[in-house]
Ligand binder design. Structure first.
Ligand code: NDP
Length: 492
């Protein structure tokens, strides 16, 4: 069986650690893809040192040359898209169609970042003084750590690694332990695209050891993290003590608001897509539907019918709509939230059960669940479940809908369904989320558009789009005086 290796200083090296974890197909737990050795702290340190050693030469490489390598990586991903999509499905569980979509996102981001390498521009600034001016430069930090979750194991690493490299940083990449195979493949592709040794390093290992060692290493000047709030906030606190820069994208509890004049069929279909697509394991997944009383019965009847129509099964099989939950821990956690919802008094209208078909016997499957009559104080309305579970909260009117939608510690994504322009713009203005959608699902985003959340969801600059390079560069300000004379006046 394959043992995944670390990629350090341009070499594929097997960890010496005796601690291991199996990489298991969540649709069929008898299908073991490989074994991860959980790297030691020393191996993690070695990766940071390799990235440090490679920094000066990479920093001196012109940005368009760096961008060309990232563009080549995009082409290689495109050439290998089908294999990569199938590997992603086997490792993480999402349907092959969803995996292809994720691959396309990764390719788009890499292409976008490659283009950005040709305009890492600063600005020139007029001076108050004659024969003086100022300008700004964007410069890399040095070694950056990219720490990623399992739910988008190709797209998220690429949307961190590509801008980090284009900006001239060297990278230590620590992927989620449950998705090592795709992480290895991404690094193989970047290496094949022509990255010099040490510029990108991969460390497979547990967050609490290898991850902890990397993010707390003095040479790591910036950390880009996507994952849970518990881990992200701890990491933010630790990094703050040594003044390292941090960007965290964390949990969500994303609401869709459905008003009485909404196109009901569209609202239902979009809510189903948002809630059950990728098995609800998206940070932008719809987990709350805030629906005005007038149409709530009709909405609930249709969303239940839609949830029940979805075919749950192996993401690799033709016709599957909803794949498995990623692993046993998440599987148990989702089922526990179903119990919590019931105990708190919500009405479970469908799903939340484990299918009993032969083809599902060996996987972590849960039928899409819809809870009705959820109130804002219930745990299923407040906590991130990260599974195919939708809570319907009934409200009197638009004002209450806004209040309920904003009654969350999280602030990642949201959407509103109405044709009333005035209420659309009030919603856009007052909803407390980093991204919002009008008459479309809470999920989905484009490579050239900034991505990220507010409130407890996000810390630091937005990823992707026009802001992608902001996190990965330092702004240097340069004052130029070409008078050749001692400055008179204006000495502040
Ligand atoms: P975790 O926070 O458990 O893990 C994320 C990454 O951090 C993993 O690589 C993990 O390693 C690592 N890690 C864990 N502990 C430490 C530590 N002490 N120091 C350094 N690294 C550490 O998240 P999940 O992988 O479970 O992902 C699910 C979460 O991600 C959800 O909350 C979801 O909302 C969020 N997410 C947010 C997105 C956004 O853009 N807002 C997008 C996608 C997901 P290991 O795997 O070994 O534990």
């Amino acid at each position: 069986m394959q043992t995944y290796r670390n990629f350090i200083a341009g070499e594929w090296v097997e960890s010496t650690s005796g601690k291991t974890a199996e990489n298991v197909n969540p649709a069929d737990t008898s299908d073991v893809l490989g074994v991860v050795r959980l790297s030691t702290r020393g191996e993690a340190r070695r990766a940071v040192e390799a990235a440090s050693d490679a920094f000066r030469a990479w920093r001196a490489t012109p940005a368009p040359t760096r961008g060309r390598i990232v563009a080549r990586a995009a082409r290689l991903m495109e050439d290998d898209r089908e294999n990569l999509a199938r590997l992603l499905t086997r490792e993480e569980g999402k349907t092959v169609a969803e995996s292809r979509g994720e691959l396309q996102r990764a390719i788009n981001v890499a292409e976008f970042c490659a283009g950005e390498s040709r305009r890492m521009n600063g600005e020139t600034i007029q001076s108050e003084l004659p024969a003086n001016f100022a300008y700004t430069l964007r410069q890399p930090h040095g070694v950056v750590a990219c720490v990623t979750p399992w739910n988008f194991p190709v797209a998220i690493p690429v949307w961190k690694i590509a801008p980090a490299l284009v900006a001239g940083n060297t990278v230590v990449f620590k992927p989620a332990t449950v998705t090592p195979a795709t992480a290895v493949r991404i690094c193989e592709i970047f290496a094949e695209a022509g990255l010099p040794a040490g510029v990108l390093n991969l460390v497979l290992g547990s967050g609490s050891e290898a991850g902890d060692e990397i993010v707390n290493h003095a040479a790591v000047r910036a950390i880009s993290f996507t994952g849970s709030n518990g881990v992200g906030l701890k990491l933010y606190e630790q990094a703050a003590r040594r003044g390292a820069k941090v960007q965290c994208e964390m949990g969500g509890k994303n609401p869709v608001v459905v008003l009485e004049d909404a196109d009901l069929a569209l609202a239902v279909e979009s809510t189903a897509q948002g809630a059950f697509g990728s098995t609800g394991q998206r940070c932008t997944a719809t987990s709350r539907a805030v629906v005005v009383d007038e149409i709530a019965d009709a909405f609930v009847e249709r969303i239940v019918a839609r949830a029940e129509s979805l075919r749950v099964g192996d993401g690799a099989a033709e016709g599957t709509d909803v794949g498995p939950i990623v692993d046993e821990g998440q599987f148990k956690s989702v089922l526990q939230y179903i119990d919590i919802g019931r105990e708190d008094g919500a009405e479970l209208l469908c799903g939340g059960t484990v299918p009993d078909g032969d083809s599902q016997a060996k996987g972590y499957f849960v039928r899409p669940a819809v809870f009705d009559r959820v109130t804002p104080d219930m745990r299923i309305a407040r906590e991130e479940i990260f599974g195919p579970v939708l809570s319907v909260l009934r409200v009197r009117d638009f004002e209450e809908a806004l209040r309920v939608a904003n009654d969350s510690e999280y602030g990642l994504s949201s959407s509103v369904f109405t044709h009333d322009a005035a209420r659309i713009f009030r919603f856009v203005d007052e909803i407390e989320t980093g991204m919002t959608h009008v008459n479309s699902p809470t999920t989905g985003g484009e490579a050239h558009v900034p991505f990220g959340g507010s409130k407890a969801t996000g810390i630091g600059e937005r990823e992707q789009g026009s802001t992608a390079l902001d996190f990965y560069t330092e702004l240097k300000v340069v004052y130029v005086d070409y008078t050749g004379r001692k400055r008179e006046g204006n000495l502040y």
